[in-house]
Design a protein around this ligand. Structure first.
Ligand SMILES: [Zn+2]
Ligand SMILES: [Zn+2]
Length: 54
């Protein structure tokens, strides 16, 4: 049985897929693809991932 741990970044406009077990940024029980997303993009735009326009 395979455990699927991937989920979409909790950032509304982000299309990235994050893995809570590997590299995702956790904040308030939600998982984000980057610090920028986790912080609500207060001082940085986007997440640096290609194709993502958040
Ligand atoms: Zn992203
Ligand atoms: Zn974002």
């Amino acid at each position: 049985m395979t455990t699927v741990t991937q989920m979409k970044c909790a950032c509304e406009t982000c299309l990235c897929i994050v893995n809570p077990d590997a590299g995702a940024v956790e904040k308030n029980g939600q998982y984000f693809c980057s610090e920028a997303c986790a912080n609500g993009h207060v001082d940085s735009k986007g997440c640096g991932h290609s194709g993502c326009g958040c």
